[in-house]
Write a new protein. Structure first.
Length: 230
């Protein structure tokens, strides 16, 4: 596992659990608004953590921490993700996986092996805007649809979430996203934050009033929606 960072305590990343967060290096997307640019661009310069040292930390903190959040970057592109999570589970932790959903085969492998307790999948945008929002010229949209469909089947506890940016998302996109995730357990709209660590600068957050309007649209479509970061 290419581990580029470890947050030793978080009360936010894993809902309802006192956890730590493991950051993996590299991603198969290039979302221009991503705030973890160091994990996506020029990752060869990342100073990686020794896997055994991370596992030793988890053993030492057992009893004080309840969960481990694995995020990125994109964790599912790590070849040894499955074996690493097995070691975490053997210590006795709950595991949350953050993913962009572009590797449904790996997602299904991990979930069907009972290696994760919670999955958070990013829904980047409406399908017509997906490649643009992910910073790609083209992509296999069917991979995203397969991951959405699989999570909707309720094999594991999960959430869908979208970071909302003025330059990328409008009411039509919200309505299209609602169709994609119809029947989901929970969905979050996350407020965008412009930071020096974003891959590209110059993007803007929607106003709270606009996010409230988006929330109302989603509620009317039967989506269980909450706002984050407001």
């Amino acid at each position: 596992m290419k581990i580029a960072g470890l947050m030793k305590l978080t009360l936010l990343d894993y809902p309802g659990e006192m956890a730590c967060t493991i950051f993996t290096s590299s991603c198969n997307f290039r979302c221009p608004f991503c705030h973890n640019s160091s994990l996506v661009i020029d990752t060869e310069s990342n100073q990686l953590l020794d896997n055994n040292e991370v596992l030793s930390f988890l053993k030492e903190r057992k009893g004080r921490l309840d969960g481990v959040c694995i995020t990125g970057g994109e964790p599912t592109i790590q070849e040894d993700l499955t074996s690493f999570i097995k070691e975490i589970k053997e210590i006795g932790y709950k595991v949350k996986l953050d993913t962009n959903g572009y590797n449904p085969k790996k997602l299904k492998e991990i979930v069907s092996s009972n290696l994760v307790d919670y999955v958070a999948m990013d829904i980047k945008n409406s399908l017509s805007k997906y490649p643009q929002t992910c910073g790609l010229n083209k992509m296999m949209i069917e991979n995203i649809l397969e991951s959405i469909s699989y999570l909707l089947e309720d094999h594991v506890d999960y959430e869908f979430r979208t970071t909302i940016i003025k330059e990328f998302h409008d009411e039509n996109d919200i309505r299209e996203i609602a169709k994609l995730i119809k029947g989901c357990k929970r969905y979050f709209l996350q407020q965008f934050e412009d930071t020096p660590y974003n891959i590209k600068q110059g993007y803007h957050a929607h106003s709270k009033e606009t996010l409230d309007r988006f929330k109302e649209i989603l509620l009317q479509e039967g989506i269980k929606i909450e706002l984050r970061g407001i």
